[in-house]
Design a protein around this ligand. Structure first.
Ligand SMILES: Cc1ncc(COP(=O)(O)O)c(C=O)c1O
Length: 372
């Protein structure tokens, strides 16, 4: 009989409590300087992320959703263009395409839950301008295969790496493959602030120039309006929190990879489950486990059992991949792999406040359910 624990899906209070004194000092410092908008903390953060990812530019914006649609505007994607994007993503990726006036073309996923390059080719039409891989769950897609398709058809790659800061494919960081890549700094993300925040990464001077104008009312460095723009800046107070958290970012990623290894060791023998690739499964992929998304037989019963044991789990996107939102009037598409996945997938807790004992408890509860 398990000694009952309560394990939240994500533990904001515990993560704050662990560093409360230092975080309050960060806030006090920014407020005492009255440094709120596009100040040095923001510039330092942008420089730190550019250095870390190897991108020429990292530009702070208001959230990960704005990062995508500002990026799309900055590269000139608009009416008449089609963008291929997986259906297994947050509505934000697809809405961003919609809001620049382009048409999202929804694609199926492969066995690792990511955009399947083998299925992208068939979706390319005369109107296709870009492929938007979504670097889901802290994993980077097979970018070699996607780049090959993009090169063959003269398409852009634009990456939604909202969930993948620090993840790599062939040693290269998520967010740096395409014309631009985007990161979300939402509180529960790998690197999360105390509200909304996002980044556009790019190696392209023109894209960086356009995003800088778009995020700040079209104003240039002298403050003169030289183009149409919006207000989508990363708050300096958030940047200061992020600078502080970034100091321990590598340890946080390591901890996530350890937790993934522990799940793998404790659950890998259960035939009723399909686990995500283990951290050492493929030398081309460096996964950082924003989420631990697995598949399970009798998923809904298993989740109810875990809930009774005090373990909170969720299904991404409220359980609905984008093509199933019938109110949004997508052209009828047949995405059997995504349909099947969403009958089976869910997320186990994955965050740095989890202890080894918590993970063991979760695994014991799952093993009990399957009578193992
Ligand atoms: C895949 C994906 N794309 C885009 C976003 C949007 O980011 P944000 O919530 O910061 O706007 C998210 C975050 O939730 C995401 O997971």
């Amino acid at each position: 009989m398990l000694q009952k624990r309560t394990i939240p899906f994500f533990n904001y209070p515990a993560l704050f409590a662990a560093q409360e004194a230092e975080l309050m000092e960060v806030l006090r410092d920014v407020c005492s300087r009255g440094a709120y908008i596009l100040q040095k903390d923001c510039q330092e953060f942008e420089q730190a992320i550019a250095k870390y990812t190897g991108a020429k530019f990292a530009l702070g914006v208001a959230n990960g959703t704005d990062a995508i649609w500002l990026g799309l505007r900055a590269v000139g994607i608009g009416p008449g263009d089609e963008v291929i994007v997986p259906s297994h993503t947050y509505i934000a990726s697809v809405a961003s395409i919609h809001f620049v006036g382009a048409t999202p073309v929804l694609a199926d996923c492969g066995p690792d839950h990511m955009l399947d390059p083998a299925l992208v080719q068939a979706l390319v039409t005369k109107r296709t301008r870009a492929i938007m891989p979504v670097q889901l769950n802290g994993r980077t897609c097979d970018m070699e295969a996607l780049q090959r398709i993009a090169d063959d058809h003269g398409l852009m790659i634009v990456e939604d790496a909202a969930q993948a800061l620090g993840s790599k494919f062939d040693g290269r960081m998520a967010g740096t493959f395409g014309r631009f890549g985007t990161i979300s700094l939402y509180p529960a993300k790998l690197l999360g602030c105390f509200g909304d925040g996002g980044l556009v990464l790019t190696n392209d001077d023109e894209v960086a120039h356009n995003v800088k104008l778009l995020r700040d009312h079209g104003r240039n460095e002298e403050g003169r309006v030289v183009a149409w723009g919006f207000n989508s800046r990363l708050d300096n107070i958030q940047a200061a929190v992020l600078n502080f958290k970034f100091k321990s970012f590598e340890q946080a990623l390591q901890r996530r990879r350890e937790i993934a290894s522990q799940y793998q060791q404790r659950l890998g023998d259960l035939s009723q489950l399909t686990l995500p690739p283990a951290p050492d499964a493929d030398p081309r992929h460096y996964d950082v486990y924003q989420n631990y998304e697995l598949e399970a037989d009798r998923r809904d019963e298993l989740r109810a059992h875990l809930e009774q044991c005090g373990v909170r789990t969720i299904i991404q996107w409220g359980g609905t991949p984008v093509h199933q939102f019938s109110e949004l009037n997508f052209k009828a598409v047949d995405l059997p792999a995504t349909d099947r996945l969403f009958k089976r997938c869910f997320l186990l807790p994955m965050h740095t406040a989890l202890t080894t004992g918590d993970v063991d408890y979760i695994c014991d509860a799952i093993r009990n359910f399957y009578g193992k």
